[in-house]
Write a protein that binds this ligand. Structure first.
Ligand code: ZN
Length: 468
C-alpha cells in the first residue's frame, strides 16, 4: 500500500547539537577530514576546546564581550545542565566563530584555532538551517541563489560530519548517524515540497519536536502531574498566551506568531519610561564637568562598542520597520569595508563587526563611532560616581551623556533620533554591567546564597547587586 511513497525521518536537531557538544567536550578535540582542511586552507585539522577556552578567559573580566553568550557555563557542563539548549547553541555558533577569528586576527590566539572557528561556524549554520523560522534561514524559491547555497552547504556538511575523527575507538558516534539522517531527510523534503508540491518555502523549524516539547513543558510547569482537566485549562491559558510576546529568558527561540495581546502589556507601561527630556531634568538637578569624559578605551572594547553601535542603529533608524533617512545619512555608512586595509583608525574599530557580518549588519559612520565611544567614556565616568542602588540610574546616565554631547557637538547635526539612541545604549550598557557584577558575585562562593534570588528576580533586566 505504501509502495512508491518516500518517508523521511528526523532525529531532533536540538538533541543532536547537544550530543555533538558533549562529545567534543568529553574528548577535548576532534579532527576535521583532510579534504576540508585543504579546501579551507586551514593550518591545522584539530578542533580543540582550548580555542573556546581562550576566548572565555580573555573576556572573563571584561564588561564588553566579543562573544557575549559564551562563558564557562558553555564548557563546564554537568548533570542536568547537559539538557539546556542555550549553552550548546552559544558554544557552537557563528558568533563564537567570529570571536575566535577576531582573537586570531589580534594575535591573541594561534592560527591553528581557525579550525575550531570553522567548525563552530559550520555547526552553527547547520543548526540555524535545521531549526530556521525566519525567511533568511528557510528554504525559499524567492531567492534561488541563496537556496542553492544552502542546499550545497548541507550536502558538504554531511561529508564533514561523516568523516570527523575522534580519538579512541573509531566507531561512529550516535550524533553522526543522527545528523546524516536528519540532514538527508531535510534535503529530500525541501526538494519534494518546493519542486513537487508547489510550495514557495520550507522551514526547517517544522521538522523539529520543539513545538511539542514546548507546549508540554509549559503545560506541566504549574503542575508536573496534571489531570485531564488541568491539562485542558493549561492549554486554554497557553492558547491565549500565544498572543502575547515571548518571555526573553525562555529556552526556545521565537516563532513567527503575531502578538495581538501585547498591546495590553504596553498599555500599563509607565509613560515616563520612553518619553521625557532627560537633559532638562538632569540640568536642573546636577552638575557635571564635560571634560571628565576622556577615558581611555582599549581596542577590544572599542570594537565591541562599534558592534553595539551597529546593532542599536539598525534597531532604531536603519531597519525596514524603523527607518529614518535623516539620521541614517549621518550615522550609517554601509559602504565602509575593511578592504583595502590601511592604517585608518576607524577601520581598526570595524574589525569585529566585519568578521561577524554575513550581510545585514549596520555599519556606523565615523561620526557614529566617535559618538558611541563618547557614550562609553561618559558611562565609565558615571560608574565611578553613581551608586548602583539609585533607582533612576538609567535616567541619570542618559542625562549625563546628552549633556556631554550638547557641549562637545554644540553646532553639529546629530540627527533626530539621538536621544532614543542614547537611551537604548544606556539600557543595554547597564544590562552588561549588571551581568558582569552578577557573574563576579555569583562566582564568589561566600556570596552565592545571598545573590541568587536577586539575580533571578527579574526576567528582562538583570539587577546589579553590590556588596559594601
Ligand atoms: Zn531620525
Amino acid at each position: 500500500m505504501l509502495e512508491g511513497l518516500v518517508l523521511t525521518m528526523y532525529a531532533d536537531a536540538t538533541h543532536l547539537l547537544k550530543n555533538l557538544r558533549n562529545c567534543l567536550l568529553s574528548w577535548g578535540k576532534v579532527s576535521l577530514p583532510n579534504n576540508v582542511v585543504s579546501r579551507e586552507g586551514l593550518v591545522s585539522s584539530e578542533v580543540n576546546v582550548d580555542a573556546f577556552v581562550r576566548v572565555i578567559q580573555f573576556q572573563e573580566n571584561k564588561e564588553l564581550k566579543i562573544a557575549p553568550k559564551l562563558d564557562w557555563k558553555c564548557i563546564r557542563v554537568k548533570g542536568f545542565e547537559k539538557m539546556r539548549v542555550k549553552p550548546a547553541q552559544a558554544l557552537l555558533s557563528r558568533d563564537t566563530a567570529a570571536a575566535i577569528r577576531y582573537m586570531v586576527s589580534q594575535g591573541r590566539s594561534p592560527q591553528s584555532d581557525l579550525a575550531s572557528a570553522f567548525f563552530a561556524e559550520q555547526v552553527g549554520y547547520w543548526y540555524t538551517l535545521m531549526t530556521g523560522r525566519r525567511e533568511l534561514d528557510s528554504f525559499t524559491k524567492n531567492y534561488p541563489d541563496q537556496l542553492q547555497e544552502k542546499l550545497s552547504f548541507l550536502t558538504h556538511f554531511q561529508g564533514l560530519i561523516d568523516n570527523l575523527k575522534f580519538e579512541g575507538p573509531q566507531e561512529r558516534k550516535p550524533f553522526q548517524k543522527g545528523i546524516l539522517i536528519s540532514t538527508s531527510s531535510l534535503l529530500l523534503d525541501v526538494d519534494r515540497f518546493l519542486n513537487q508540491y508547489g510550495y514557495t518555502y520550507f522551514q526547517g523549524a517544522r521538522t523539529t519536536t520543539e513545538g511539542c516539547e514546548n507546549i508540554f513543558s509549559t503545560a506541566r510547569s504549574g503542575n508536573p502531574n496534571p489531570s485531564p482537566r488541568h491539562l485542558r485549562a493549561a492549554f486554554k491559558a497557553i492558547s491565549l498566551s500565544q498572543l502575547i510576546r515571548n518571555a526573553k529568558s525562555g529556552n526556545y527561540g521565537d516563532d513567527d506568531h503575531v502578538p495581538f495581546l501585547s498591546a495590553l502589556t504596553d498599555a500599563v507601561k509607565h509613560p515616563e519610561e520612553e518619553d521625557g527630556d532627560d537633559t532638562d531634568s538632569f540640568l536642573k538637578s546636577n552638575e557635571v564637568s564635560p571634560a571628565q569624559h576622556d577615558v581611555v578605551i582599549d581596542v577590544f572594547d572599542a570594537n565591541c562598542m562599534v558592534y553595539l553601535a551597529g546593532y542599536i542603529l539598525r534597531k532604531t533608524i536603519n531597519s525596514k520597520k524603523h527607518f529614518c533617512q535623516k539620521c541614517a545619512s549621518i550615522l550609517v555608512d554601509e559602504h565602509k569595508s575593511l578592504s583595502p586595509p590601511g592604517n585608518d583608525a576607524s577601520k581598526a574599530l570595524l574589525q569585529l563587526l566585519c568578521i561577524k557580518d554575513f550581510g545585514g549588519l549596520t555599519k556606523p559612520s565615523d561620526l557614529a563611532q566617535e559618538l558611541f565611544l563618547t557614550f562609553e567614556g561618559v558611562f565609565r565616568q558615571c560608574q565611578k560616581n553613581i551608586s548602583t542602588s539609585d533607582r533612576d540610574l538609567g535616567q541619570q546616565v542618559t542625562g549625563k551623556i546628552l549633556l556631554v554631547l550638547h557641549e562637545k557637538y554644540a553646532n553639529r547635526n546629530l540627527g533626530c533620533h539621538l536621544s532614543l539612541v542614547v537611551r537604548r545604549f544606556v539600557k543595554i550598557r547597564l544590562f552588561f554591567w549588571g551581568m558582569f557584577i552578577n557573574s563576579k558575585v555569583q562566582s564568589n562562593p561566600d556570596h552565592q546564597s545571598l545573590v541568587s534570588g536577586e539575580a533571578n528576580s527579574s526576567r528582562s533586566v538583570k539587577r546589579a547587586v553590590v556588596f559594601k
